[in-house]
Design a protein around this ligand. Structure first.
Ligand code: UDP
Ligand code: MG
Length: 320
């Protein structure tokens, strides 16, 4: 199998026929073996019935997974990825805001040697105040914090080479952070402007609150990418900093006592110094516990702390 399209579906009954029409129009032009995996995320409308109908009509290409309840877009994408067989995976939304006609151009870019081609909704057709503006800010923050510079993390339409997705689990709203993960395992990433259409049927499932969740997820992602194999650097660093602050306050109090005869015990700075000391010490201990957890994580799952692109004259996994 060369190409898997993966699409999360939640209450999109009126969009699905348009989606299938667009997919069936573009796929035959590409000369690739392909499948489309549609994950029904507990829709309450007729989406599942529509999906089943198309799956029956075209069993060679259309595969459907149906959740027992609504688990969210990221979970739906994760399920699709688990069952996708293609060497190349393209994610797209089912609501026809993404345009399947963009897929050939993205795959051509992938063939130039990239591992991930990220769609960029250059002229995005969503609510300017609740979606586009906050998302622009979020994209800038994410780019800055992670060092992976993309204009549009939130665009579902992206093409991936399968190996950059392996070994990565999706939680929360994490699907948008796949490029960050891919970058951390050494993927070559590029982006290209893609079409974006206003929603014709149904309505968006998100509002302003989504951006807040994304920013919280960013903390997790940054921590996992930068410190998951060396948490003591973060906890120890923070703890060390607090203890230094505590020491400086103490020193100041002593100097004041000796040269200016101001009592130490009555100053609120004494409590502050003690608090910083305790917090700092605790933080270092937390870091040590985190180090234990990291070892358990890597060793119990036999997860290496590195990723290999190619090997020469070597085939066997050293752990087997
Ligand atoms: N979606 C989903 N589960 C959800 C919410 C959304 O599978 O809980 C799907 C939805 O059907 C669509 C895609 O995720 O295919 C994007 O959702 P939406 O269009 O509401 O997001 P927006 O384009 O407004 O960011
Ligand atoms: Mg949409």
């Amino acid at each position: 199998m060369n190409l898997s399209l993966v699409t999360p579906v939640y209450n999109e009954q009126d969009n699905l026929p348009l989606l299938f029409e667009a997919i069936n129009k573009v796929m035959p032009t590409m000369n690739r073996t392909w499948e489309v995996i549609l994950v029904d995320d507990g829709s309450q409308d007729n989406s599942l019935a529509v999906l089943n109908e198309y799956a029956k009509k075209d069993p060679a290409h259309v595969r459907v997974i149906s959740f027992r309840r609504n688990f969210g877009q990221t979970a739906a994408i994760a399920a699709g990825l688990d069952y996708a067989q293609g060497e190349i995976i393209v994610l797209l939304d089912a609501d026809m805001q993404n345009d399947p006609a963009d897929i050939p151009m993205m795959l051509a870019k992938l063939d130039e040697g990239y591992d991930l081609v990220s769609g960029w909704r250059k002229s995005r057709k969503d609510n300017a105040i609740t979606r586009n503006f906050p998302s622009m800010i979020a994209n800038r923050i994410i780019s800055r914090v992670t060092g992976v510079h993309l204009h549009d993390y939130g665009c579902t339409l992206k093409a991936y080479r399968r190996d950059v997705l392996e070994g990565f689990r999706l939680y929360g709203e994490m699907h948008r952070f796949i490029p960050v993960y891919a970058h951390s395992v050494g993927a070559k990433i590029t982006e290209m402007a893609v079409n974006h259409h206003p929603r014709k049927h149904g309505k968006t499932k998100y509002g302003l609150e989504r951006t807040a969740k994304v920013v919280l997820d960013l903390f997790t992602v940054k921590f996992l990418i930068s410190y998951s194999s060396k948490p003591i650097y973060l906890f120890g660093g923070a703890g060390g900093f607090l203890m230094v602050v505590s020491a400086i306050i103490m020193l100041y109090l002593f100097v004041r006592r000796i040269f200016f005869l101001v009592a130490i015990a009555t100053s609120p700075l004494l409590q502050m110094s003690a608090m910083f000391f305790i917090l700092g010490f605790q933080s270092i201990l937390l870091g040590l516990i985190a180090e234990l957890l990291v070892r358990t994580y890597h060793e119990s799952q036999r997860k290496p702390t590195y990723t290999i692109r190619t090997m020469i004259n070597l085939e066997q996994d050293p752990r087997d």
